[in-house]
Design a protein around this ligand. Structure first.
Ligand code: ADP
Length: 645
């Protein structure tokens, strides 16, 4: 057994977080109560769930039945103490150390850095991260947690002033569950607006505001409150008289038109530990043989850990007949909708359903399909009806949504239709349908251009001829876009063509003829350049995609993208060589100069240098590094000297 009493230091991240929190001027300190009640409610959920298979965990009480599961809230106004008690699952000593001494969540480091950068006064950040239990240090000068895990003998007491360390003591016998005592800070004398959390009336208000739909009774001794209409008076099994503070009706069970936007938002915040309102709410009921209710939210802010490893699971909780069964139920929504938060409550699944059963369950597969469709429909409505909000959504979660094109064959077109791509033409990102609608009449292709940076791509030589005809291309610059392009060969019957790969397709018959003539005329130049560049490019040919630039590099039609190559390199895998073609713009005056040089026999041997320069320019134009920068720099200096003679 661990030593009975010990003092331990908080993990560095916790210490820093607490420091920021204690001195924060965050005006929503009241959320601490919501966090504590959510934790208590989770602990009761867990106990009930565990007791399905181990009834002894919840034994005792009258006639061998379990005691009533509830959350008690008490306040001692003169001593400035708040006590929150639950008879839920409780924690072992090791769990206390793990849960109340560290922050296990990934993304913590980054969160703290951002908090430091923006200043601790940035309330969205605190809320966004969901600092949970630790938020109590905004209102308490010291906190004591006494807890006993269901099914174990001994309890433990944790206490801290939030100043860097905490103390653990063994407690011997304790009631099952957790009791948290907050010693509140004194009321500030210089702030008349300050809320007094030692006021029972205020606590009752806060319960109604944030936690009304919590499924477990939240009770307070009758002596603390004046009786008023909405309060239900009850006598508990131990004889104590209490008021029940919450209505307990899960929000999703109520009918849609009875629920106010504000209530939806409060429930979302309770669920997601988020501070900001959701961007969109999807609430529907499925009747019939597979009966369930889903309440799903699209958040308005991107969580800091969205792209962390291990965060690729769905964020939807599964309930069965109003009983919490599991959080993060990946069977309910695909991973590319993992930004969605919410609950699905089934009337038909068995309560003790396991992950293994879920994976094979047919009604679950239907639920997943329907929920996915509903979310996508809501996003389409957002795109069409509230464009500014949709753009906000897209900025936060577009990258994740795009994964749907890559992994979900059945929904490629549906998801593609939701994507916004930056256009080569103007600043505003557009959808594929908008692209089609404004393309010149007769254009039966959708042009895309890939690269690693938007600014570079927009200036790419590959766009020159297209732009001269008034055309535009969609820019694909995110790493995920390379996989998207592999999957998305066409959209609504229009072929998708990558401008920087393969032959230029927009050349008409006349232009084709012109190019064939030019190929013949410039054969000597092309051959010389090709041999001069020995191996750096697969071949050299005449271009029909350029207007201003002298040359450009073109990829194979099925080449790997830059991001993909980078990934291979980072993971130490071999990078297949790119077979690229250098295209020469024969309308550029340089081409004529090259030609006369070749015709004159290239006595000075300049052609090799010029070829290298053209190649280097083409690399620079696409934002690629030069293989031999010092040589490039010397060639340019030589040219400058020669021209200033
Ligand atoms: P979060 O709730 O976001 O996980 P918290 O800091 O609020 O973060 O709580 C950390 C963990 O401590 C919880 O996940 C839970 O395991 C444990 N915990 C907190 N409060 C209780 C409680 N009343 N009963 C049992 N476990 C609790």
């Amino acid at each position: 057994m661990t030593n009975a009493t010990e003092t331990r230091a908080f993990q560095a991240e916790v210490k820093e977080l607490l420091g920021l929190m204690i001195h924060s001027l965050y005006s929503h300190k009241e959320i601490f109560l919501r966090e504590l009640i959510s934790n208590a409610s989770d602990a009761l959920d867990k106990l009930r769930f565990e007791a399905l298979t181990q009834p002894a965990l919840h034994a005792g009480g009258e006639g061998g039945r379990g005691d009533e599961l509830l959350i008690r809230l008490d306040v001692e106004e003169s001593g400035r103490q708040i006590v929150i008690t639950d008879n839920g699952i409780g924690m072992t000593r090791a769990e206390v150390v793990e849960n109340l001494g560290t922050i296990a969540r990934s993304g913590t480091r980054r969160f703290l850095e951002e908090l430091r950068a923006k200043g601790a006064q940035s309330p969205e950040l605190i809320g966004q991260f969901g600092v949970g239990f630790y938020s109590s240090f905004m209102v308490a000068e010291s906190i004591t947690v006494e807890t006993r895990k269901a099914g174990t003998q001994d309890g433990v007491r944790w206490s801290s002033r939030g100043d860097g360390e905490y103390t653990l003591e063994d407690m011997g016998s304790l009631a099952r569950g957790t009791r948290i005592t907050l010693q509140l800070k004194p009321l500030p004398t210089d702030d008349e607006e300050a809320q007094d959390f030692a006021d029972a009336g205020l606590l009752r208000e806060l319960v109604r505001k944030y936690s009304d739909f919590v499924e477990w009774p939240i009770v307070m001794p009758t002596a603390r409150l004046e009786h008023e209409g909405a309060l239900v008076r009850r006598t508990l099994a131990d004889g104590s008289e209490v008021f029940e503070l919450n209505s307990k009706k899960p929000l999703w069970m109520r009918s849609k038109d009875e629920i106010k936007t504000e209530e939806y938002a409060q429930f979302y915040k309770h669920l997601a530990h988020d501070w900001s309102d959701p961007l969109e709410t999807v609430h529907f009921r499925n009747e019939g043989s597979n009966e369930y209710t889903a309440l799903l939210y699209v958040p308005s802010e991107r969580p800091l850990d969205l792209f962390d490893p291990g965060r690729d699971k769905s964020n939807v909780s599964l309930y069965v007949r109003r009983v919490f069964v599991m959080g993060d139920c990946e069977e309910l929504l695909p991973s590319w909708l993992r930004f969605v938060r919410g609950v699905v409550d089934s009337s038909d699944l068995p309560l003790n359903v396991s992950r293994e059963i879920l994976q094979q369950n047919r009604s679950l597969a239907q639920m997943r399909k329907r929920c996915t469709t509903k979310v996508l429909e809501a996003l389409a409505a957002l795109r069409d009806g509230r464009r500014a909000d949709y753009e906000r959504f897209w900025a936060a979660f577009g990258t994740v949504l795009k994964e749907g094109i890559v992994v979900d064959r059945e929904r490629v077109e549906q998801v593609a239709g939701l994507c916004l791509f930056p256009s080569s033409k103007d600043e505003k990102a557009i959808t594929l349908d908008e692209y089609i609608a404004r393309a010149p009449a007769g254009q039966d292709t959708i042009y895309m251009i890939g690269g690693s940076e938007l600014a570079t791509v927009r200036r790419s030589p590959h766009l020159e001829a297209l732009a001269a005809q008034g055309g535009e291309a969609l820019c694909m610059v995110e790493p995920v876009d390379e996989w998207v392009r592999d999957m998305l060969k066409e959209y609504k019957g229009k072929k998708i063509v990558a401008l920087e790969r393969g032959e230029a397709r927009f050349a008409g018959e006349a232009e084709k003829q012109k190019r064939e003539d030019a190929e013949r005329e410039y054969r000597g130049v092309l051959e010389k350049l090709e041999s001069g560049l020995s191996g750096a490019v697969a071949s050299v040919r005449v271009s029909s995609r350029l207007k201003e630039s002298p040359a450009v590099l073109v990829d194979d039609a099925d080449a790997h993208g830059i991001h993909y190559e980078r990934m291979l390199r980072q993971t130490g895998r071999p990078v297949p060589p790119r077979k690229r073609v250098l295209e020469l713009n024969v309308d550029h005056p340089l081409a004529a100069r090259l030609k006369s040089l070749v015709e004159a026999g290239d006595a000075s041997g300049k052609l090799k240098d010029w070829g290298d320069l053209l190649y280097a320019q083409a690399l620079l134009a696409e934002g690629s590094p030069l293989p031999d920068a010092p040589r490039f720099s010397k060639l340019v200096s030589d040219l400058m000297l020669a021209s200033s003679k």
